[in-house]
Design a protein around this ligand. Sequence first.
Ligand code: ATP
Ligand code: MG
Length: 258
Amino acid sequence: MTRATIVALANQKGGVGKTTTAINLAAGLAFQGVKTLLVDLDPQGNATSGLGIDRQSITHSIYDVLLKDFPIEDAVEPTSVRDLFVVPATIDLAGAEIELVPVFSRERRLGNALKQIENDYQVVFVDCPPSLGLLTVNALAAADEVMIPIQCEYYALEGLSQLLHNVDLVKSNLNPSLEIGGVVLTMYDARTRLSKEVADQVRGHFGDTVYRALIPRSVRLSEAPSYGEPIEAFDGMSRGAIAYRELAREFRRRHGMD
Ligand code: ATP
Ligand code: MG
């Protein structure tokens, strides 16, 4: 059994497509037969609800894992997709940024927990909150690579240098093998010159790190979470489904999983 590749989806800017990419890339891989775990590390719990996990039914969450030493394998929930599993987040996670401060080895809580299940999955995604606090630091300290979703909009690159600086800090202090594994261009609107300009600019800056699959702006992608379904199940013929399927294939190629 090989060890899971751990991917942190991070960008401290809000609303750029972290959760949408976490859900649909994870589901895309699972539909392609890759056993995948999605860890929801955002107190908003959007990845949890977007995968159809009902708030009322959650008995144990990532909060219990990080702060109560609860075994992570017992917090894992199945989803409607056979090979896709999730560790849910609840609103109490909002307190974790503060509650973790005095805790021993506070930056490594997630990494240590994931070690217990690293042989049970091929890929683990961690959906980060839109901040660079202790939760995101935990994700970066645990990860093999960071995946950065960038929205093809004005100010797309704003704040990125801060993110990259934090990645460097984590690399030199906590996790020397951390890499920028990929940049994903999201909410691409082929009708606008701006989308193309931003995409070109990002490719100019990050080169081959940028995935070739472009995620289009699509209403279907924004509707799917309210049905608790990944796009592949919600509308497999939509442009968003096609794009995330292609991203999953590209991810598999890059990681030697095909
Ligand atoms: P946050 O920082 O708040 O966690 P996020 O980076 O996780 O946000 P998402 O929640 O994935 O971003 O997306 C923000 C909003 O944009 C959501 O309402 C989502 O449904 C919508 N959205 C994401 N991707 C697309 C897309 N490709 N086309 C249309 N809408 C999208
Ligand atoms: Mg999110």
